[in-house]
Design a protein around this ligand. Structure first.
Ligand code: P6P
Length: 325
């Protein structure tokens, strides 16, 4: 860890010295500040007057809870004053919001991913992606071109995990509610026999996924010859922070290996892939690297298979050996 880098501000100052655009650094600062405010909103949510649902429904067909909308509004308010932000794209808003016609960066976000977990006190998160885009069309670019990706994890600690494309750093909110650097240079462990999948969707799995999970569950006596563990939190940020630190797989396939899944490309799969790949992880739709997908829509869904390099190699061999649907 470079001497003297402790706060997010000093980390970003060093990044600017190393060539990162000061305009981008300003956007990152605003996103981090918004995440700290959202963390406070979540802590207060038990005592918020608003009832548990606004009753409105977003483009995903999901009932919008006040915190979903509050978090999205917090993000919009944080971005509004920044001259270099051209558009804001939120999971909670059908269309891209034009902020500054002279702006250079589009900010794409899931303001409160896994929000249904808030009511039962399970870790949730915000997911952020920044791309260079001055027009609407330019927003639809492959995730490999992202300039920045991060997630805030609202759990036992409030964490902000980011990459500017060259390594992953984790910040934690200290007792004064300011982000301080915890660690950087993360590498996803190449192996960990732990997979995360929603087992109740078993009937929808493509054959390669079904065969892989079945062999995982055979343990040491099966063809994978290892005892596996399974996790499913129902919160992508929680799963992937665990995988960043200790390895494993996160699987949300579509009903067909080349079809859409539940998760959204622009503000879930792409930023999480940008972070994981910056730490040596591997991320695939099942047929191609997630970061190579050319988007056709702001709320497009993809299959998501990501995690430890060696575990993904094993999974992909099952997909190749079990073609079909
Ligand atoms: P399921 C939350 O709604 C989310 O988008 C991810 O955070 C999470 O991994 C997944 O969906 C959970 O999906 O089908 O288990 O509710």
């Amino acid at each position: 860890m470079r001497k003297g880098i402790t706060s997010l501000a000093s980390f970003l100052s060093q990044a600017v010295d190393d060539g990162v655009s000061p305009d981008l650094a300003e956007v990152v600062t605003a996103l981090a500040a918004a995440s700290l405010t959202i963390a406070q909103d979540i802590r207060k949510s038990n005592w918020m007057e608003a009832d548990t649902s606004l009753g409105t429904v977003n483009i995903q067909g999901e009932v919008q809870k006040p915190l979903d909308v509050i978090a999205s509004d917090r993000m919009m308010a944080a971005l509004q004053p920044l001259a270099h932000v051209s558009f804001a794209v939120s999971e909670e808003v059908d269309e891209a919001v034009s902020l500054n016609t002279a702006g250079r960066y589009a900010v794409i976000f899931d303001p409160l991913d896994g929000s249904s977990n808030v009511d039962v006190n399970i870790t949730v998160g915000s997911i952020f992606s920044v791309v260079e885009a001055s027009t609407l069309d330019q927003i639809l670019q492959p995730g490999r071109q992202q300039r920045f990706a991060a997630y805030a994890a609202y759990g036992p600690s409030t964490l902000f995990t980011l990459t500017l494309g060259n390594g992953v750093a984790v910040f934690g909110a200290d007792h004064r509610g300011q982000y301080r650097l915890i660690s950087q240079g993360h590498r996803v462990p190449a192996q960990n026999p732990e997979y995360a999948i929603n087992a109740s969707r078993k009937m929808d799995w493509p054959p390669g996924i079904a065969a892989f999970v079945s062999d995982c569950d055979l343990g040491e006596t099966g063809p994978l010859a290892r005892k596996h563990n399974m996790r499913w939190v129902g919160s992508m940020v929680a799963e992937l922070h665990r995988i960043l630190l200790r390895g494993g797989l996160f699987l949300y396939p579509g009903k067909s290996i080349d079809g859409p899944g539940k998760l959204r490309l622009l503000y879930e799969a792409n930023p999480m892939s940008f972070i994981l790949e910056a730490a040596g992880g591997v991320c695939s739709t099942g047929t191609q690297p997630i970061l190579d997908v050319i988007p056709h829509g702001l709320h497009q869904r993809v299959g998501v298979l990501m995690g430890s390099a060696s575990e993904m190699e094993s999974l992909m061999s099952y997909i190749q050996a079990n073609p079909g649907r």
